[in-house]
Design a protein around this ligand. Structure first.
Ligand code: 1AE
Length: 404
């Protein structure tokens, strides 16, 4: 068995955090330890967790310590999949009072068993052919219940406006009016037409839905039909389904992870799983090429420090695992582009639904306004200056305001 170890950090509370760390280390691995006969202890030693560090952050009433405890686990305790990892480090423990899973440090021997993103940030840029600015994505608003012709009109407007990607709304499961394969073919044809005008491709991310046992076959059918990207509600289906999609050589398109349900897991300071781990490291390890998460500014804002750490976890070196594209989202409008650029830099995807479709001139004008804002920040110009030359940007700023 490999003796490499996985380091897991928890935020928790106890009278004595050292003791708590030791309790987790033993309780989550071999159970009772000191009670075991010496021969059994020797047999199980390779599986034993170890307390690897304690940082007391504050002392609460009654002398309760609140702080970070780190436990190291032998990698040999886990099979190479996220269900095994999460159950082994946080399964039963997640129900044991105030405890939040904050971070995991993986040895290369463990990450080597995971696919990671097939395309990654660089691969997505390559497909789109744009390397010198943040990319722009728009979201169908809405999809559910709309006639197919309306969706085609929406797709054309977004593409003509100059977006780089268009994604389905994540709630688009009932798609009888615009079935999955048919819309992939139709939007691909429209994208080919609009490319003549805009000079660049648009990737359409179709929402991959259905029974989990059928998803790989459905994804392959999508690729055969011309799909160039797939949207996936990872937490509703599980990290392992993403892993299996990403690991399949025939599903050779980027996978875009939607954070739906993440809010059930991360917001509490004392419970759940931290956003950088949930939407950063784990999404990337399981194979997401692009990861949506709430930006610090929109209608479901994330704490800024968490959002920055999350983006860093998607893009920092992680053994041989490719980097993934950060996609700060929710309530984004052109006035926020300077702030997003200051925070997340060149390698991000600016993503907007309402901020594109709600433009007074329609979705094409909305996309153009974003493109003008992106070009301005990359050139070091203010939005106000750029708006002098871009009427659509001026209209967007008049509607939504400038950067906060
Ligand atoms: C964090 C997910 C954002 C999302 O999926 C979505 O649909 C955003 O829409 P807008 O840009 O807030 O309209």
């Amino acid at each position: 068995m490999s003796q490499d170890r996985i380091l897991v950090t928890y935020l928790t509370q106890a009278k004595d955090l050292e003791k708590k760390a030791q309790g987790i280390a033993v309780g989550m691995t071999v159970g009772s330890w000191t009670d075991l006969p010496a021969v059994k202890q020797e047999e199980l030693r390779a599986y034993l967790g170890e307390a690897a560090g304690v940082e007391v952050l504050e002392t609460l009433a009654d002398g309760i310590q609140r702080g970070l405890v780190t436990v190291s686990y032998p990698t040999g305790n886990f099979t190479n999949d996220i269900p095994s990892l999460l159950t082994g480090i946080f399964g039963k423990l997640s129900m044991d009072g105030k405890i939040k899973l904050v971070d995991i440090q993986f040895p290369d021997s463990f990450t080597a068993g995971f696919p990671g993103p097939k395309f990654g940030l660089a691969g997505v840029r390559e497909l789109i052919g744009v390397h010198d600015r943040p990319l722009l994505m728009s979201i169908f608003k809405s999809c559910l219940g709309l006639p197919f012709e309306d969706l085609k009109t929406q797709f054309r407007a977004q593409a003509i406006g100059g977006v780089d990607l268009v994604k389905d709304d994540e709630i688009f499961f009932v798609d009888d009016k615009a079935p999955f394969i048919e819309r992939i073919k139709a939007f691909r044809a429209i994208a080919d037409e609009t490319a003549q005008q805009t000079g660049k491709p648009v990737l359409y991310a179709a929402n991959l839905t259905g029974p989990s046992t059928e998803l790989i076959e459905k994804a392959k059918r999508a690729v055969d039909a011309g799909a160039q990207c797939l949207l996936f509600n990872v937490l509703a289906y599980s990290f392992d389904v993403l892993h299996r999609l990403a690991a399949d050589p025939d599903v050779n398109v980027p996978i875009m992870a939607h954070p739906a349900l993440a809010g059930a897991l991360y917001p509490s300071p004392d419970y759940g799983i931290s956003t950088p781990l949930l939407l950063g490291k784990l999404m990337r390890l399981a194979g997401a090429d692009l990861v949506l998460f709430p930006s610090p500014y929109g209608n479901v804002a994330l704490d800024k420090g968490e959002a920055l750490k999350l983006a860093a976890d998607l893009t920092a070196p992680l053994a041989s695992i490719k980097t993934a594209f950060p996609v700060p989202s929710a309530g984004i409008h052109p006035g926020l582009v300077p702030q997003l650029y200051a925070d997340f830099g060149l390698d991000q995807i600016v993503n907007a639904g309402g901020g594109i479709h709600g433009h007074p001139g329609g979705a094409a004008a909305g996309a153009q306004a974003f493109r003008a804002a992106i070009d301005a920040v990359v050139a070091g110009k203010s939005l106000d200056d750029a708006a002098i030359e871009s009427e659509v940007l001026a209209q967007a700023l008049a509607k939504w305001g400038g950067a906060k």
